[in-house]
Design a binder for this molecule. Structure first.
Ligand code: FES
Length: 174
């Protein structure tokens, strides 16, 4: 199947769904270009359901999930606040948390041992002085966090786009 560019796809949407015959082109399900567009325009911009508050009832509780292709860790910090972090170490990008759920006080990356607390702050770097000559500002290297997180009736939603509309407005009359 011929692969179309994103620009070509934009011009081609109307051909994908035939309202009269009520058919959908198989391209919708298999074309990597459409998949790419979905990731960019839907999963990276929309509010997504990531889990339930009941999965993290206590401080330190966490579970892993994904937002589109982005792996995330959902934690409840000591102050009760729920965070959604990108599950990728700020050092070399290794997956920080590799289990599905549990209770922890911190997360230590299995690759070189960088440690993050429940608020995503970088708290531990092995051989900090020798490796970085005291020049690593740990405050700058915490886990990246979904900029928008809301809980609605016990359901946790997050959005990776800091410029996205509020969750309330996104829901509309739903
Ligand atoms: S990649 Fe995580 S500590 Fe190096």
């Amino acid at each position: 199947m011929e692969r179309l560019s994103l620009q070509q796809m934009d011009a081609d949407w109307s051909k994908l769904i035939d309202l009269e015959s009520r058919t959908v082109s198989p391209r919708v399900f298999v074309d990597p270009a459409i998949y790419e567009i979905e990731q960019e325009r839907i999963f990276n911009r929309c509010w997504l359901f990531v889990g339930c508050e009941s999965q993290v009832p206590n401080p330190g509780d966490f579970f892993t999930n994904s937002m589109g292709e982005e792996p995330v860790i959902v934690t409840r910090a000591e102050d009760g606040k729920i965070h959604v972090f990108i599950n990728s170490c700020r050092h070399r990008g290794s997956r920080v948390c590799r289990i599905e759920h549990g209770n922890a006080r911190s997360f230590t990356c299995p690759y070189h041992g960088w440690t993050y607390d429940l608020r995503g702050k970088l708290t531990g770097v092995p051989r900090l002085r020798e490796a970085y000559y005291g020049d690593l500002d740990r405050d700058q290297w915490g886990l990246l966090e979904a900029p928008k997180v809301e809980s609605y009736c016990g359901l946790i939603f997050a959005c990776l786009d800091s410029g996205a509309q509020s969750f309330e407005s996104y829901l509309g009359n739903a």
